[in-house]
Write a protein that binds this ligand. Structure first.
Ligand SMILES: Cc1cc2nc3c(=O)[nH]c(=O)nc-3n(C[C@H](O)[C@H](O)[C@H](O)COP(=O)(O)OP(=O)(O)OC[C@H]3O[C@@H](n4cnc5c(N)ncnc54)[C@H](O)[C@@H]3O)c2cc1C
Length: 381
């Protein structure tokens, strides 16, 4: 819908915005709340194209994950150990800040642990993980304060009833949240903090000028504000094509309630490409991007039949073998990835700052990425 702004709209609703935050996912909301907490007189507006946030934050699996063993070993092939540990620390700090901001009860935080599953074919990688456990426990223990973060718990396999799984490594410091409640709580916190919200507000183009940042809307009119924080994660290249952020789609299913459900906790399968958990007596299962990497490099929320087929098979053969489990619904969400799992928090021009590229770990790191972006935009002259 194209239209021009009326005098009333311009002079009341859109007047005197000091900082516009684009995107109302975890990052945008954490940033907006932080800005108002640090400077209660600042007028902060969140501009969101969806009726609700529509990217990853309302569509994820709710794992408060900060690093499974295979993932960290993979990261060590691309980054120095100091860099990998620095990111783990940021995720851990982000999670503590999120929990402090929202409260555990409000987001149903449960420290049920995260399990990494290994099949017979993955024996070599399992052995590599086992060798590194003492070292990781020492280094990640310093960050988390947990004396034994990782441990092999093969004896617990019969408890879950999986098929074809040979080994389990438990991350005792991992937990899970209720994604919907988390986002609802953050939205309410932002409203309570006096953040102004504009939904259905799609931005087509940004231009940093000497008179402020011009925000061109999909409705055809332009708004000018002094400063902008871009928190659109997987969609960043639509606004800032030079940013190294790759959109990556993820498919998710949820089952109907499963009588006598044995799954309890967060589970990572096939080096974390597949993941599942219990929620409300159901199984939430997602992932499989590795089966069709190229097709899933998209900002489109559509389905991928090949991946959905693989997820369905995994559910029936490995997770709930021989059980009568029915799928309730499917959805997809869009993540923002890069060559390394480091978020981008930086100025892209004097008055535009970005907080993007959460690398599929936004539940833990998102609050910190938003807050650091907020502090950076405040420094902009
Ligand atoms: C299926 C799935 C499962 C996941 N599971 C987990 C998990 O278990 N644990 C974990 O830690 N992480 C998980 N993640 C990743 C996590 O959800 C993200 O890292 C995090 O939500 C990113 O938050 P964000 O605020 O940066 O981005 P988003 O939540 O994507 O928010 C960006 C917002 O910007 C808006 N926007 C985009 N373009 C524009 C525009 N032009 N104008 C206006 N608004 C715009 C979008 O509508 C969106 O609301 C998962 C992701 C997916 C997709």
């Amino acid at each position: 819908m194209q239209y021009t702004l009326s005098y009333w709209e311009r002079e009341t609703f859109y007047r005197d915005i000091d900082i516009a935050v684009i995107g109302s996912g975890i990052v945008g909301l954490a940033a907006a709340i932080h800005l108002r907490t640090l400077h209660p007189n600042l007028s902060v507006a969140v501009l969101e194209r969806g009726i609700l946030p529509v990217g990853a934050s309302t569509r994820n699996a709710g794992f408060s994950c900060f690093g499974s063993m295979t993932e960290l070993l993979d990261d060590l092939t691309l980054m120095s150990e100091d860099d990998v540990l620095a990111i783990v620390e940021k995720r851990w700090t982000g999670l503590q800040r999120l929990r402090a901001l929202t409260g555990d009860t409000q987001i149903d935080f449960q420290g049920l642990g995260g399990y990494e599953m290994f099949t017979q074919e993955e024996n070599a990688v399992f052995q590599k993980c086992v060798e590194r456990i003492p070292d990781f426990n020492q280094k990640i223990g310093r960050i988390t304060g947990h004396p034994e973060v990782y441990k092999v718990v093969d004896e617990r396999l019969p408890e879950f009833g999986f098929q074809g799984v040979q080994h389990l490594i438990l991350n005792q410091a991992e937990g899970q949240v209720h994604t919907g409640k988390l986002m609802q709580t953050l939205l309410q916190k932002a409203v309570d903090a006096g953040v102004r919200f504009f939904n259905g507000f799609e931005i087509k183009r940004l231009e940093d000028t000497s008179q402020g940042v011009e925000i061109e809307t999909a409705a055809g009119w332009t708004l000018r504000v002094p400063k902008v924080l871009v928190a659109v994660n997987g969609f960043a290249r639509q606004l800032l094509p030079g940013l190294d952020v790759q959109p990556a789609r993820n498919q998710v299913l949820i089952t109907h309630p499963v009588p006598g459900l044995r799954v309890k906790g967060c589970f990572h399968y096939d080096r974390g490409y597949f993941y599942f958990r219990n929620i409300d007596g159901r199984i939430l299962l997602g992932g499989g991007r590795n089966l069709d990497f190229e097709t899933e490099k998209t900002e489109d929320f559509g389905a991928n039949p090949k991946i959905r087929q693989a997820l369905t098979e995994l559910l029936h053969t490995v997770i709930c073998p021989g059980q009568d489990v029915e799928i309730d619904t499917w959805w997809a969400g869009i993540m923002g990835l890069g060559p390394v799992k480091k978020p981008i928090i930086q100025h892209v021009s004097p008055n535009v700052t970005v907080s993007v590229r959460l690398s599929g770990m936004g539940v833990a790191i998102g609050t910190l990425v938003g807050q650091e972006g907020a502090e950076m935009i405040l420094e902009a002259k």
